[in-house]
Each structure stands twice: as structure tokens, then as C-alpha cells.
Design a protein around this ligand. Sequence first.
Ligand SMILES: [Ca+2]
Ligand SMILES: [Ca+2]
Length: 374
Amino acid sequence: MDSLGRAYLFLLTVGLGLFISACTTKAENDNTITQKTDIPENAPDTITPVAPSDGPPGMVWIPGGEYIMGTDTDPQHRSDESPAHKVKVDGFWIGITEVTNAEFAKFVAATGYKTTSERPIDWEELKQQVPPGTPKPADELLQPASMVFTTTTEPVDLNNYLNWWSFIQGADWRHPQGPGTSIIGKEQHPVVQVSWDDAVAYCKWAGKRLPTEAEWEYAARGGVAGAIYPWGNDKDLPKHTNSWQGNFPNLNTAEDGYKTTAPVKSYAPNKFGLYDMAGNVWEWCSDFYHVDYYKSCAKQDVSINPQGPVKPYDPNQPYNIVRSKRGGSFLCNEVYCSSYRVAARMATSYDTGQDHSGFRCVMTKEMWEEQKNK
Ligand SMILES: [Ca+2]
Ligand SMILES: [Ca+2]
């Protein structure tokens, strides 16, 4: 499953994997809390930025407010999306699109930054995310590498993500599928093969930060209470988002127009004016991921600006330091992942780059004031 990160895939690839658990492909539903799923008739039109002439370029102002985060009623929801709970967030600016290759290239040109995938694997660091006693792999296996998806030739066991994920040396943001591939002509596509560390480094350079999960979901919902997707409840996915049609992972019919990434803004925005909150590429959030985090949030009447759990934990990868990602990608489909739903969450280790994973940034008023005065 794509939630399993670099450390596990790497160890499995080199034959040292000691732990892998079957992933959950079936939705769970306990219906303990009722949540409204109908779109209200008075849903707002696209909300205009508070100060469009004065806002950071490429971002839209999301007015602060209260909403129900997570879901108990979406038939496809997984246990970590429950219980639905009340959250209040302050207003913030958010990127209208995922960060593009052109934008990331400017950052790299200005700073000389090397992404996680471009650096040799640091065994001392990796060691902390694998079962104790795992032997050190040979040095030739610790070369720069990243995770690449490959369409299979026939239907495969969906419980074994090694059927479609490989750890490829030379795969990085400039070569998303490995040596011989490039991003030439894909300047307006979202950057991929970025780890959480890379996304944070970009944000810092830009005077921004990653969204919290609470901010991300609030923005994705577009002010429409209880909908399943950023556009509402319409099940005609190819009309709204870049996901996967056909049979995963062997047949990609690209009914939505794209087999891998699409240029940002290829589909209509949500009611906040945000593009690709569902699909195209996954988006890192600032929070650690903890499978039971919502249970602790739900103990409060309202969680105010929640920042995520203090410690990460994903039972599928108990040693990994996992961060949350949101929105799903061009690989998501109804059978396997369905993470284009606004409530869907994903745990991925902070050092993992994948060719379906990127990010977008947010900015507070204070950050914008500081940036403006530079
Ligand atoms: Ca597609
Ligand atoms: Ca996205």
C-alpha cells in the first residue's frame, strides 16, 4: 500500500524486510456519530480573497471558521477518519494549486537544495525506522533512490504493494520515474518525489509553511458541509479530478485525460477556488500521523487550530516516523484507495518521495506581512 514508506520498501527491495502487514482495502463504518452529508442549498459561491490586491500571489484567503472534520457516514471511510469532530481554524492563505515543477525549480536554483531522493541513504537515520536488529544493507544499495509506480501487466494481489512500487536509483524530482525520464514540458505539473523534509524546506524558503490536516481539510471542503468530495457528492470522478479509471494497477484507461500527473488547474476548482484538492498528487501536511488522533480530538467540544498528535503512530509501519498526506493521487480508485475523498488520510514516513506525491503551502497573515516587508 502506498502508505508504507521508504524504509520498508527499501528493506523489502534489498531482501531485508522483516515486517510487512496486509493493508486495509475495505472501508470500515461504525456509524457512531451522525454527520450531515447533504449539501445545503445555500452553499456559498466561490469565496473571494479578503484582500485580493494585497494577497500573496497564487494564494487564496480562507476565512477562519468551524467545521466537522472527518466522517462517520461516508460508506468508504476508514477507521482513522472517525470520529467526526468539531474543529475551529483561524483564517489563512493557501496555494490555489499544488507547488509546480517550475516553482520548485526556482527554489532549487536559489538555494542549491538537494532533495532527500538525491542524497545517499543515511543508514543511521534509516535504522531508526526499521525493526531493531535489522542488518545494514550493502553500501551500493544505499545510493540515492526513490519510490516509483509501475503499471503491472496483469491484475495482481492488492495486498502486496511491491507489485507496483519499486525503489529506483536515480529517481528524483527531475527524474520522477527514474533515469531517462524528465520533467521537460511538465513545468506546470505538480512537483513529485519530494519528502516531507523537502516540502518543509521549500515552504521555509518561500516564507510559508505546510497546512495542518485541519486547515487542509477545511480548505478542501470549500465551505460545503458534509460533502464527500471537494466538489460535492457527484460520483462522476473523471469529470472532476485526476484519479485512476480502469483496473488498478494493470489497466489505466485515463478517462479523465491523464495517466500520471496532470498540469495544475486541469479541472474545476472547489468553492474556495482551490484546484486539485482531490487527486493529481498527494499533499503533505505538517502533522504527525497517528491512527487514533481523532479519538483524542473528539474528547473536546471543539478542537481549536489542532496541530496533530505529539507522536506519530501507524500500526502498518510501527517504527516509521509518519506524517499525514491528503487528497489522494492519480493512482487512487474506488477499489483500492478512494482517497480523493475530503476526509481520507494517509500516513507516510517523512523521508519518502514518490512519483505521485507533492504538496501545497499555506501562509498566515503574519507570514505575509513579514514577507511583504522584506
Ligand atoms: Ca488519470
Ligand atoms: Ca492534490
